[in-house]
Design a protein around this ligand. Structure first.
Ligand code: UD1
Length: 425
């Protein structure tokens, strides 16, 4: 398995282009299965999760071509209804294929999805929504057998709590259902707005994307469309924070500050100067960051849970105390132990982590525990004195395209060491 070797203490400077959003391209790829004709998706990041999604589409019978950052999908004639367990356990977003398969073929058979271990990640809300739309779902020995004998039909779906994935599944299943669907307490994440924008280009009738109530008028047939994936707000947050911990000055291009206002606010509280122009964010960091007060993760437009680990790495070396309260995934703190191995002072109680900033982190051999936790270790390594070796990099590769190349472009001393035997995270 690969390792990243980081020699800390180098100031990051320069500019970097942000890629398309992982959490947008994955549901959009799944939803392309609903259409007839070619869809061309641009600004697609080259990530392992994206490759898995393309493999699933091929297994279902779609033709999929990738050329640079564009992915073309032609689902004509495809009628697959089964995703093997090996693909399901590779990533969480595989569950989003459920709504698309049911809508296209009236059947779906798959096992429980994998993905990063952020604590319990049930799928009850996904299943509730699909059942409301008329799906009959049986769970047998870890397998989901789903049918829609009379096709899917529009319904009122009221989510008891906000779920990004369940909102996506419900939306995808509803766009070709017979009649109208109202989705209450829907997630408002920018990636949902992007999914809705793609589906609208394909001929879907969706109203209210970006608000907590979605209204869908079912359309019998969708056609392919061209779409450019929105910028990755978490990648943006990660590279800005990486520069911040080194006292650096960077400009990120092809991004959008409106997607990550709560993160930018925290970085400003840490003492960074931030300037936003159209499509660009520039950050200039002080020599040492200040503590950021209390940060509560929450569904959009709140502080994103995906940026919690990354900001915690910054708080670890900042002057003063920062508190993180996880309200989305209360046990999402697996990065705390490796950060402490690098000299951080962090205590976790229930869903709260209290970080007492230390003057200097030190290098260590650590393991990435999940995608964003892994990125946090890279950031800590950039700030640390000495060398940090991060193993299980495959987690990081799920969400960052060649993270070492991107950071090296900004002046970081970071290399990848390929190990002899390839393994699975
Ligand atoms: C998505 C993102 C992930 C991000 C998360 C929160 C993708 C591929 N992943 O994950 O990066 O961290 O949103 O912004 O887009 N829940 C249930 N039952 C369900 C579904 C969810 O109880 O059926 C709970 C979860 O345990 C969690 C909360 O709802 O506590 C939010 O989860 P959800 O928004 O569904 O996250 P994901 O879609 O898995």
């Amino acid at each position: 398995m690969s390792k990243l070797i980081v020699n800390g203490g180098k100031r990051l400077c320069g500019s970097l282009r942000v890629r398309g959003a992982k959490n947008s391209v994955l549901p959009i790829l799944a939803s392309s299965y609903l259409t007839q004709g070619e869809s061309v998706l641009r600004n697609c990041p080259d990530l392992t999760d994206v490759r898995v999604a393309c493999r699933i589409l091929r297994m279902l019978g779609c033709r999929v071509r990738r050329a640079e950052d564009a992915i073309a999908v032609v689902p004509d004639g495809a009628a697959g209804t089964f995703v093997p367990a090996a693909h399901m356990c590779e990533m969480r977003s595989s569950i989003i294929f459920l709504g698309a398969m049911l809508a296209r073929t009236g059947q779906a058979c798959l096992s429980m999805p994998g993905g990063c271990d952020l604590g319990p990640r049930p799928i009850d809300l996904h299943l509730m929504a699909l059942r409301r739309l008329g799906a009959v779902i049986r769970e047998e020995q870890g397998c989901l057998r789903c049918t829609a004998p009379d096709g899917l039909r529009g319904a009122l779906i009221c989510f008891p709590s906000v779920s990004v994935g369940a909102t996506e599944n419900a939306l995808i299943a509803a766009v070709t259902a017979r009649g109208c669907t109202r989705i209450r307490n829907a997630a408002c994440e920018p990636e949902i707005v992007d999914l809705a924008a793609y589906l609208q280009k394909c001929g879907a009738h969706i109203y209210g994307a970006g608000t907590s109530e979605l209204y869908v008028e079912g359309t019998a047939r969708l056609h392919g469309a061209e779409h450019t994936i929105l910028p990755d707000r978490i990648e943006t947050a990660t590279y800005l924070t990486a520069a911040a911990v080194t006292g650096g000055a960077v400009t990120l291009c092809r991004t959008d500050d409106r997607l990550l206002r709560p993160v930018l606010y925290c970085l400003q509280r840490a003492g960074c100067g931030i300037r936003c122009e159209e499509g660009r964010i520039s950050l200039e960091a002080p020599q040492r960051l200040q503590a950021m007060g209390s940060i509560f993760t929450a569904p959009h437009p709140g502080f994103p849970t995906d940026a919690q680990a990354v900001l915690m790495a910054a708080a670890a070396g900042a002057a003063g105390e920062t508190r993180f309260t996880e309200t989305v995934f209360p046990r999402r703190f697996r990065h705390v132990a490796p950060l402490c191995a690098m000299g951080a002072r962090i205590t976790v109680q229930h869903s709260e982590a209290v970080v007492q900033g230390v003057p200097q982190l030190h290098g260590a051999s650590v393991r990435a525990t999940d995608l964003r936790g892994g990125a946090a270790l890279v950031i800590a390594g950039l700030a640390a004195q000495g060398t940090t070796e991060i193993s299980d990099v495959c987690y990081i590769d799920r969400g960052y395209e060649h993270i070492e190349t991107a950071l090296a472009q900004l002046g970081a001393e970071i290399t990848r060491k390929e190990a002899a035997s390839a393994g699975m995270c």
